[in-house]
Design a protein around this ligand. Structure first.
Ligand SMILES: NC(=O)c1ccc[n+]([C@@H]2O[C@H](COP(=O)([O-])OP(=O)(O)OC[C@H]3O[C@@H](n4cnc5c(N)ncnc54)[C@H](O)[C@@H]3O)[C@@H](O)[C@H]2O)c1
Ligand SMILES: O=P(O)(O)OC[C@@H](O)[C@@H](O)[C@H](O)[C@H](O)CO
Length: 435
């Protein structure tokens, strides 16, 4: 099963499943996170879709057949029926970083109306419709316990550090608040696998739909465009079995952390830098921004700081950086900075702040990391890409007034220690002015 039917899942987990040698034994029931649109479009074509793998030299089309049941979030009855089905062995998820509705402590953010509503619903009627991702996972697992359907593995695939443990924490905490007897069952029956996922997959455009039609002669209402590069690193045990993803190219390891730190810092950190600083400079796509020498210099500067804290061998990191420059500059991939700029309050703490804190602990002022924060403050003040963030209203309010006050308030909202760091604040203000 999958929660968060969208573009990335189709270019990644569905694609690995399609290419697994035992693919014929598996099929994915994939549910959207919110809007039903993609499920409806895919249902009209039996779950099939075209994956357009687009390199600098052209497009390679393939029909991916692993999604056998595309479903809308609104079809909650089908959701709990499926999670409670003993034939289901794995649940993958891609609901965005914000979709897990975690507070600063990693537990459900009970200040949110949607979280409060879901908790009340699950206490009163566990099969009634809930909307947040952790509540949906918990509702499914409660039904699975009721059906005595046996163990299951949850495999989160969002850009979150230690995503298996992160999703376990939020779901277990929700269970404690709803029905504490669930916690023991979860411990016995559910495994949480941690993953690093990597494949740049932008939102497809009407031009992409046309190109697929011309390239294949097929009228596909829901194609996906992705890049040739793909990586999936997983750690943990698949207690109820899984497709043979390793034979399709996934890497199974004891420790995802070094891969995750490399990817979140170098790829996603640079993406966020370009999304804010590049869009302030008038760029619209990752390619536009990375081919601007000024932005490229900022990216290299950030990479030097982030690389100093990575534990993978130096040559691996250098090779990943070289490849990233090509991936970002791929002329065939139109990745909008506005898409990447979304939800900065959820992304910067995992992409940029770990490096920033380590650099400060080492007594240095990391200008590359400070520039990301400076550009983000400018973005919150209305420059560059539009603000779309669960904390957008609050943060845009804090980012008003003089730049000095704005920087102090926004940094304070992320971490009080950052706002107390007068030297860092001064650098962020100067960089925000310079942008
Ligand atoms: N696109 C990429 O290049 C890429 C690469 C690696 C990882 N990812 C991860 O996958 C996630 C999804 O990316 P995508 O490109 O598939 O996006 P998408 O918009 O195509 O699909 C997102 C899915 O998540 C659901 N969703 C969005 N916000 C939600 C919320 N608040 N609560 C519940 N469900 C929600 C949507 O309904 C949809 O089903 C990213 O946020 C990221 O964590 C994406
Ligand atoms: O998908 P998001 O919104 O978490 O982040 C936007 C991009 O940084 C991200 O999707 C990358 O393209 C991806 O992580 C590459 O593997």
């Amino acid at each position: 099963m999958h929660l968060g039917l969208g573009n990335f899942f189709r270019a990644h987990q569905a694609w690995y499943t399609h290419h697994a040698p035992d693919a014929q034994e598996w099929g994915i029931a994939a549910f959207t996170g919110r809007s039903p649109d993609l499920a409806l479009a895919m249902a009209a074509q039996d779950g099939l879709f075209t994956l357009d793998t687009r390199g600098p030299d052209g497009d390679a089309f393939e029909v991916v057949t692993s999604v056998v049941e595309p479903r809308a979030a609104q079809d909650h009855e089908a959701w709990i029926t499926r999670v409670a089905d003993p034939a289901v062995a794995v649940l993958t998820s891609t609901v965005t970083e914000a979709g897990y509705v975690r507070g600063a402590d990693g537990r459900p953010d009970t200040a949110r109306d949607d979280v409060q509503a879901d908790l009340a619903t699950l206490r009163e009627e566990p099969t009634a419709r809930v909307r947040t991702a952790p509540a949906r996972i918990l509702a499914g697992l409660m039904a699975r316990r009721h059906a005595d359907a046996g163990p299951l593995t949850v495999v989160p695939c969002d850009n979150l550090p230690d995503n298996g443990a992160a999703v376990r924490t939020v779901v277990h905490a929700m269970a404690e608040l709803v029905d504490p007897t669930m916690v023991g069952w979860l411990e016995q029956n559910v495994a949480w696998v941690t993953t690093m996922v990597d494949r740049i997959t932008p939102e497809p455009t009407d031009a992409d739909v046309d190109l697929v039609r011309r390239g294949t002669g097929v009228e596909d209402r829901a194609p996906v465009v992705t890049e040739p590069f793909s990586e999936w690193v997983l750690s943990g045990s698949m207690i109820a079995g899984s497709p043979d993803w390793a034979a399709a190219g996934a890497i199974v390891t004891d420790d995802v952390a070094p891969f995750e730190a490399r990817k979140l810092g170098l790829l996603n950190g640079a993406h966020s830098l370009l999304a804010y600083a590049g869009s302030v400079r008038g760029h619209r796509t990752v390619r536009d921004a990375i081919t601007d020498d000024v932005c490229r210099g900022w990216v290299e500067h950030w990479w030097d700081e982030a690389s100093a804290h990575l534990t993978l061998p130096h040559e691996d990191v250098a090779e990943y950086r070289r490849a990233l420059l090509d991936r970002f500059a791929n002329p065939a991939i139109r990745h909008l900075l506005a898409q990447i700029a979304m939800d900065g309050s959820q992304k910067l703490p995992v992409r940029v702040l770990p490096t920033l804190r380590r650099e400060r602990a080492a007594g240095r002022v990391p200008v590359g990391a400070a520039r990301v924060l400076a550009a983000w403050v400018r973005h919150l003040r209305g420059d560059g890409a539009p603000v779309r963030d669960p904390r957008g209203e609050e943060l845009s309010g804090l980012a008003g007034g003089s730049l000095d006050e704005a920087v102090a308030r926004v940094l304070g909202a992320m971490d009080a220690a950052l706002a107390d760091d007068v030297e860092l604040r001064g650098v962020v203000v100067a960089l925000a002015r310079e942008l």
